[in-house]
Design a protein around this ligand. Structure first.
Ligand code: IPE
Ligand code: IPE
Ligand code: MG
Length: 241
């Protein structure tokens, strides 16, 4: 059999659970927010590296529906950081051809942050070099619940017959409508769990768990994982002939 060409087999869509900011900071005797800032600074390197690795879609888990359980100070610090991040990075993202989308429940977000998110989405909507999706106040169970409610309303109002509901029609009600499913999900920081991230969309994703803490995750780490992905045999329930 001919050797595989790694670039041909690069994952189209990588999703990353950016974990370990708190431990990174604590290990340095610093407050957790110091780690979040270091983590946010890592995002640029990974966004730049992704298209070079053949990745077209990159989804980053920034804040989960469960992260509100953290201290008020940490949540407020994270929200302030998201605003700062968008203000600081918007021009650069647009100039480098990145289309930015946000997925998650927007309703509890501060209007100032929401305005910045919407503007960034509008300003970058024609870009195609990299599709960057930021999961902010995102949780799969929340997403699937609101999809079920939307379908129930469609059925109750006679727009859809219950028997006509398909996996595709349900997926159109998810925040990720229009995005391909992730081929590879990476979680940093050594935790081997999914934490309510893209449960539906990752049905056939490959997973990679690395001990590296997110603020230390570099272009080289990404390249190494992409290379190892090329060697995986994905069967999708079938038998390879
Ligand atoms: C990930 O880092 C960032 C968010 C969840 C917002 P953590 O803050 O979870 O870092 P650890 O897991 O406590 O080290
Ligand atoms: C998942 O990390 C959420 C994000 C990376 C944004 P958490 O640190 O919140 O997950 P758990 O609590 O360890 O499962
Ligand atoms: Mg964590």
């Amino acid at each position: 059999m001919a050797a595989k060409d790694a670039s041909e087999d690069a994952p189209t869509h990588i999703a990353i659970i950016m974990d370990g900011n708190g431990r990174w900071a604590t290990g340095r005797g610093k407050p957790r927010l110091f780690g979040h800032r270091a983590g946010a600074n890592r995002v640029r390197e990974i966004v730049e590296a992704a298209p070079d690795c053949g990745i077209r879609y990159l989804t980053l888990f920034a804040f989960s529906t469960e992260n509100w359980k953290r201290s008020r100070a940490e949540v407020a610090g994270l929200m302030a950081m998201f605003r700062l991040y968008i203000k600081r990075e918007a021009a650069e993202l647009n100039a480098s051809g990145v289309r930015v989308r946000f997925v998650g429940d927007r309703r509890p977000l501060n209007p100032g942050l929401l305005g910045l998110m919407e503007r960034l989405e509008q300003d970058t909507e024609r870009n195609t070099r990299l599709h960057l999706t930021i999961a902010l106040n995102y949780g799969s169970r929340d997403e699937l619940t609101q999809a079920a409610v939307a379908l129930a309303v469609d059925i109750a109002q006679g727009r859809v017959q219950a028997n006509d509901v398909t996996p595709e029609s349900l997926a159109r009600h998810l925040y990720t409508d229009g995005l391909p499913d992730p081929d590879l999900v990476i979680r940093t920081s050594g935790e081997t769990r999914i934490s309510n991230f893209l449960l539906w969309q990752s049905a056939y994703a490959e997973y990679e768990f690395t001990d590296v803490l997110w603020p230390d995750f570099s272009r080289a780490h990404l390249q190494e994982i992409v290379l190892s992905f090329a060697g995986r045999e994905r069967r999708f329930g079938s038998v390879l002939t």
